[in-house]
Each structure stands twice: as C-alpha cells, then as structure tokens.
Design a protein. Structure first.
Length: 290
C-alpha cells in the first residue's frame, strides 16, 4: 500500500521540471476561472451560509484536514527536491520563506480550528476544493523553494534586492498580525455570547450561531478585514520571493479570486441580516472601493 502511494507520487510530488511547469500553468489559468463561478451563485456551504446537508463535515475537522496538506507539501518538496536536483543545501532565503509559509499554516490549519469557539459545518464541496487548492499551491511553492527558483546566493542577489526581501518579510508579518487580530475579534464575539447564554436552556447551541456586526480595528470600515490582511500577508510573501516568482504571484491572485466573491456575498448577508441602517457605510473588503 505504502509503496504504491510512493510510486504514484514519484515525479509528481515533487514534480519533475516539465510537470512543475504544466501544473503551474494550469494553476494560473484554471483556478481563477473556477473560483469566478462563485459570482454566479450565492451558495456557499460554509460559515454564515452553511445549510444542513448529509454532505456536511464538522467545521473544525474540515478546516484541519483541508489546510494541513498545503504546508506538508511545501516541506516535502523542500526536503526531497534538492537531492533529486543534486543540490547540497538550499540558501537561507529559501528556508526562511518556507518557514513563513509553515508559520502561517500552523496557525490556519492547526491552531485556528481549535481556537475558534465554534465553526459551522462545511459542505464536502467547499472542503474538497480547499484541499485541492492547498495541495496544488503547496506543490508549486514548495518546488520553487526546493530547487526551481534561486538556489545560490548569487542567484538570489540577481533576483531580488535585500531591501525588497526585508520589506516583503515585514509586510508579511504585518499582514499575519492583522489577520490574527481580526480573527480574534470574531472569536471574542462568540466567547462573549457563550458566557452570556451559558446559564440559559440551549444557550450553548444559540451561542454557536451568534453573529454580531464586528467593530474592532478595520472592522469599522470593512466586513472582511481579515481577508484583506491575509492578502497583504501573501503580497509581502510574493515581494520577498521576487516579482518574478510565478507560484507566489499565482497564490495571491488565486486567493483574491477565491475570497473576493465570498466577501462581497458576505456583505450582502450582513445587510440582509442586520438591515440597511446598521450596515451602511462599510465596504466588503477593499477600503473605499468594494
Ligand atoms: N474562506 C476562504 O476562502 C478563505 C481562504 C483562505 C484563507 N481564509 C482565512 O481563514 C479565516 C477564516 O475565514 P472564513 O471565510 O471562515 O471567515 P468568516 O466567515 O469571517 O468566519 C471566521 C470565523 O468567525 C465566525 N464568525 C464570522 N463572522 C462572525 C460574526 N459576525 N460574529 C461572530 N462570529 C463570526 C465564524 O463562525 P461560523 O463558522 O459559525 O460562521 C468562523 O468561526 C480568515 O482569516 C481568512 O482570511 C479564508
């Protein structure tokens, strides 16, 4: 069994150079079109718009299992590809960037599902498309960091300036902190609801589905500042990888294509749930624009 799995992975994870080029090309073209289908429907089988279904998975475990393969793929590619390419070691820049990716996903995949006081059930379609996103993204970025991008200090020097690299890492850090801060505000709403309703009959159940209009930080202006901060984070990552890094650019573009329709539909959900008066003046995700 194990050897047949390994046999299937050979040449795909990590991919050969030709396969890497093909996967990356498909990733850059198919994913934005696929994600754009969301503009045609208000259906989203997770979070606020999750509906009872026999195809639902428990939210926490869905987040855990769909997000974890991304950073495992990055680690696996960075561990195995250098030897296949005859590289003795990877430059520290590759390791630092791989580390930043893993750091984000230790939060998103491992900590986030269990820090949330509650997460609504998730439809298997949402979970499986996120899983596919994670694996493809992890393979593309992990392969670039593991040997198909710069692999010597001289190549890094010709690829991105030190100022740009440091600036990108700082922007990544600010985006991660902002993403965490706004996620935490949403957690706080649920924690307060839970404390308030703890003493009432079926209070726990009610607290699970409590939604308020969040107000802290950029929530004053936006309904989805945690999404915006995540985009800032991956913009910083792309900047540090160098503007020519196609997998980092594709990651940011594909995140925006996936999350923008969710934020716009989410804004409509807030308006329908809380009324025009209480929700007017706030944008979905881009300050002053959308
Ligand atoms: N969704 C994506 O496509 C996607 C992609 C990449 C990264 N991310 C990142 O993953 C994180 C979570 O994304 P998400 O789409 O699940 O965000 P979300 O819809 O805002 O939900 C986040 C969590 O907060 C709760 N929540 C949401 N709005 C609330 C409110 N008004 N009052 C109280 N609790 C509220 C949700 O509970 P319920 O589950 O009960 O609704 C859920 O546990 C974000 O930081 C985002 O940047 C998301």
């Amino acid at each position: 069994m194990m050897s047949s799995i390994t046999g299937t992975l050979v040449g795909w994870v990590p991919p050969t150079r030709a396969r890497y080029d093909t996967i990356l090309k498909l990733w850059q073209t198919i994913m934005p079109s696929f994600a754009s289908i969301q503009w045609l429907t208000k259906w989203n089988g997770m979070g606020k718009t999750s509906q009872p279904s026999m195809f639902n998975l428990p939210g926490r475990w869905a987040w855990f299992f769909m997000e974890i393969p991304g950073f495992l793929a990055v680690l696996y590619c960075m561990r195995t590809l250098p030897a296949q390419l005859g590289l003795v070691a990877l430059p520290w820049q590759n390791k630092l960037l791989g580390g930043l990716y893993v750091l984000h996903y230790l939060y998103r995949a491992v900590a986030f599902p269990f820090l949330q006081p509650s997460i609504n059930d998730m439809h298997i379609l949402n979970a499986s498309s996120a899983l596919l996103f994670q694996i493809t993204n992890g393979v593309c970025l992990g392969s670039w960091l593991g040997g198909y991008g710069p692999v010597t200090q001289a190549q890094w020097a010709g690829h991105v300036s030190a100022t740009q690299f440091v600036g990108g890492v700082v922007i990544f850090g600010l985006g991660l902190a902002g993403n965490y801060f706004h996620d935490e505000h949403l957690r706080d709403i649920r924690r307060r609801a839970r404390a308030k309703q703890a003493k009432t009959a079926d209070g726990e159940k009610k607290a699970k589905r409590t939604y308020e209009i969040p107000q802290a930080g950029l929530f004053q202006y936006l309904f989805y500042p945690h999404y915006l901060c995540e985009w800032v984070e991956w913009f910083g990552f792309w900047m540090a990888c160098g503007w020519g890094c196609a997998p980092a650019r594709a990651f940011l573009v594909n995140e925006i294509f996936s999350m923008l329709p969710r934020a716009v539909n989410g804004k409509a959900w807030y308006r329908d749930s809380f009324g025009e008066e209480k929700t007017k003046g706030k944008k979905a995700v881009l300050p002053g624009i959308l």
